[in-house]
Write a protein of this length. Structure first.
Length: 415
């Protein structure tokens, strides 16, 4: 009886797998058909190439900004910003336009900008603007109106994605088994490891051309005559990526600042940190407001720069969890004090090499000891860090220009 049950389960498992394969094949055929139609449409299109950028979070705009700004000064491109209001993960509703729209209007006063005023509250009128390509800021579609999901946009424009975070881990292929990636025309991978892992079938594409957000970074040696510290905790406690130091250290910085008033301390939490804390009932809205008040009264600043590179140019130490900001900070010469616990997923080769050139603290006492060590000018990893940073910087030079050249070639192939 046991053998029979085992055999039945095996047959059932095989049938499920076969059905999944057939479903994936049908989905690929469907997307290939849509892409072929887009190729035919582009055969009749003259320059400039019309490109839309769906934007929502100024804090992660630095990943796409170099590409957009290159397009602004190129006669071969017509770039537009499609601004979406913030999505509140606690209330599960879209907010009214606020700082995100102000940021993009102020940063690009002469740029073409579309909002719900032109596209309707549901954004269904986007298809009437006849874009050739549309870039996404994030690969998570929960935060977007349904009309902007890749499965809708791929019907009239080629969908593109530059990762909102620099991939530091050896993510498996299952990471890309989502509707977003199923309907994505081109992934501009942030590193070779990601490009090797993501291998879309059919007409969809993936290419590694360097990371545009790192294309203009240069290494600068820091001095420690005065400590200028940036704290960048993750937004979630999930141990998959090493968890967060936020709840362990959030009340430690105030007495530290009181003991070291000469140090500058800047707090840059992930944009979802406080929403997540409220959503998971680890903090109330009242506790969040009270904490922000106490932090400010202590003389600790919340980072007001939308683009993190501006902040990184003016600090010398970053106390951090596993975050995509690590790569920018390291390549600029910022000294890292890494706080995350061991992640469930292995770091990729680049992140591991960075960690090997950085300091690690397992608790708050070790954080303080390392800060004192650096304050005293004791930085034994300096030469090792500088050598690696310069080698990594060389791999990303002019990667923003490479993206533009790719799109031009993609259009020309259809002609």
């Amino acid at each position: 009886m046991f053998r029979l049950i085992k055999k039945i389960r095996k047959i059932r498992s095989s049938l499920i797998e076969q059905n999944l394969v057939k479903k994936a094949e049908k989905e690929t055929e469907k997307i290939d058909f849509l892409i072929q139609k887009l190729n035919q449409k582009q055969c009749k299109t003259d320059l400039p190439i019309k490109v839309g950028f769906i934007v929502q979070l100024p804090e992660i705009w630095d990943k796409e900004a170099p590409v957009f700004e290159r397009m602004l000064i190129s006669q071969q491109f017509d770039p537009w910003l499609i601004v979406v209001p913030a999505y509140n993960t606690a209330s599960k509703k879209f907010e009214k336009y606020s700082s995100e729209l102000d940021y993009f209007k102020k940063t690009y006063p002469t740029a073409h900008i579309l909002t719900s005023a032109e596209l309707s509250n549901s954004f269904t009128k986007l298809k009437n603007y006849y874009f050739d390509y549309i870039f996404y800021q994030r690969c998570w579609e929960l935060y977007l109106p349904k009309a902007l999901n890749t499965n809708q946009v791929i019907k009239y424009a080629k969908t593109c994605y530059i990762p909102y975070e620099y991939h530091n881990f050896q993510n498996s292929k299952t990471y890309y088994k989502t509707r977003f990636f199923s309907n994505l025309y081109i992934l501009f991978s942030c590193n070779k490891q990601q490009n090797d892992t993501y291998s879309p079938p059919g007409e969809r594409k993936s290419v590694f051309l360097g990371c545009p957000s790192l294309s203009k970074i240069t290494y600068t040696t820091r001095d420690f005559s005065r400590l200028r510290i940036l704290w960048t905790p993750r937004w979630e406690t999930n141990p998959r990526y090493g968890g967060t130091s936020f709840f362990d250290y959030k009340d430690r910085w105030i007495p530290y600042k009181q003991a070291h008033p000469e140090d500058e301390i800047i707090f840059r939490p992930h944009p979802l940190t406080f929403e997540q804390a409220v959503s998971t009932k680890q903090m109330t809205n009242k506790e969040v407001d009270e904490y922000k008040r106490r932090i400010k009264e202590a003389g600790i600043h919340f980072d007001s720069n939308a683009r993190v590179d501006i902040t990184l140019d003016n600090i010398n130490i970053m106390v951090t969890d596993y975050t995509s900001v690590i790569i920018n900070a390291f390549l600029k010469g910022v000294v890292l004090i890494h706080c995350s616990k061991s992640p469930l997923i292995a770091p990729n080769e680049i992140l591991q090499s960075i960690i090997n050139c950085s300091y690690h603290a397992q608790n708050w006492n070790e954080v303080e000891k390392l800060l004192d060590q650096l304050r005293n000018g004791n930085d034994p990893l300096r030469e090792k860090r500088e050598k690696l940073a310069n080698a990594l910087n060389d791999k990303n030079t002019d990667s923003d220009l490479a993206v533009l050249e790719f799109l031009i070639n993609d259009m020309q192939q259809n002609k």
